[in-house]
Design a protein around this ligand. Sequence first.
Ligand SMILES: *Cc1c(COP(=O)(O)O)cnc(C)c1O
Length: 387
Amino acid sequence: MSFIPYSRPVLDAEEINEVVDTLKSGWLTTGPKVARFENDFKEYVGSSYALAVNSATSGLHLALEAIGIGPGDKVITTVHTFTATAEVIRYLGADPIFVDIEADSYNISPKEVEKALIKHQNVKAVMPVHYAGQSANITEITKLAKKYGVKVVEDAAHALPTTHNGKIVGTLSDITVFSFYANKTITTGEGGMITTDDAELADRMKVMRLHGINRDAFDRFTSTKPSWYYEIVAPGFKYNMMDVCGALGIHQLKKAKHFQEIRESIAKRYSDAFIGLPVITPILVNQNDIHAWHIYVLQLKLEELTINRDEFIKLLSERNVGTSVHYIPLHRMPYWKENFNLSDEQFPNSSRISDRIVSLPNFASMTDEEVCIVIDTVKSLLLEFTK
Ligand SMILES: *Cc1c(COP(=O)(O)O)cnc(C)c1O
C-alpha cells in the first residue's frame, strides 16, 4: 500500500500549457500573465485592488509597512498560527502582542483582542488569521479596530474561498493577504495576493513591492518621461510575482470553488465517519458561511484514549497516512517564547488544543480510495486505543 501524502497539488493541462506558453513567450518575470491573474483575482473577491507578490509573507510585510508600522509599535495577533504572521511585525522593528484563540473555532478571540487593546500602548493594528479556512470574527474585530483607532490586516493564507456572514474574505478590512504556497487552497508554487479597497495603501504597496520605484514615473505609457526613466522614492523590496507563477494562478483561481467543494465533501465524510469516537471534529461557527477547508483538524479526547497525539501521528504514519499539526503555537517556539516571555498559562486554549490536534489529508486530488483508507485507519486506531 502506498503512502497517502498530507497534501498534493492539482496541476492540469491548462496550467502546464499556460506555463509553456509563458516560457515560449520569452517573458518570465512580472508581465501579462501576472496582470491577468491580478485582474481575475480582483473580480473574484470584488476588491478595488489586487497586487500579486512572491509570497504571502512578503504580502503581509508590505501590508504592515503600508499602514505605517514601525519601531516601538505593537501589533496584536494570534499565537495559534505559522510564524510568518508574526515575523513580519519584527521585520519592521515592531513587537507582536500575542493573544489566545477561541476554544471552538481556534480563531483569534475578539475578547482577548479587546483586553490587549486596553492593556497595551502603541497598538497600531490587529492581524487575525482565518484558521484552517474558517473566517475569524471580522465583524467584532473591525468594530474593535474602529473603536480603538487601529488597522486590520487579515492573514487569509488559508481562506480562499471563505465567507464571513455571506461576504467573501478579501474586502472585509483594510488589507487582506492570500497565499499560493504549494500546499495552499490554490497554488502558484510560491506566491501571494494582497487585496484592498484603499487607493493610497495600494499605491504604497505597489511601490514597495518593486524596489521603491515610483510607478507613475516608471509607467512608460502614461508618463511624459522617456521609457528608460524612473525614480526611486523609498528603499523598497523585491517581492514581485513571476509570470511563470501568474500563469499557474490564472487557471488555479478558476478552480478555487471546485477545489473547495471537494475538500468540503471530504471534510463532511470525515466528520460523519468519526461520530461516536473519542474526538472533536471541526466546529462550524456559522453554518451558512463557506469554509475553505484548507485544513481538516481533528481534536483527540486524550482523557478517553490510552495514547497521546504524538503516538497517534506515528501510528498513522506507520499505516501510511500522512498528517500535519497546525500548529505548534508560537508561544512554544524558542524565539518567541524567550524574547516575549511567553508561557502556556497565558494561552490556555491554544496550549490545550495544540497538544490534541492532528491535521488529516484533505486536498482536491484525493481519490475516493484514499479518503476511505484515511477514515478506516483513523477509526481503527481510535477504537484500538480507546480506554
Ligand atoms: C502559509 C502561511 C503563511 C505564509 O505563506 P507564504 O506564501 O508561504 O509566505 C502565512 N500565514 C499562514 C497562516 C500560513 O499558513
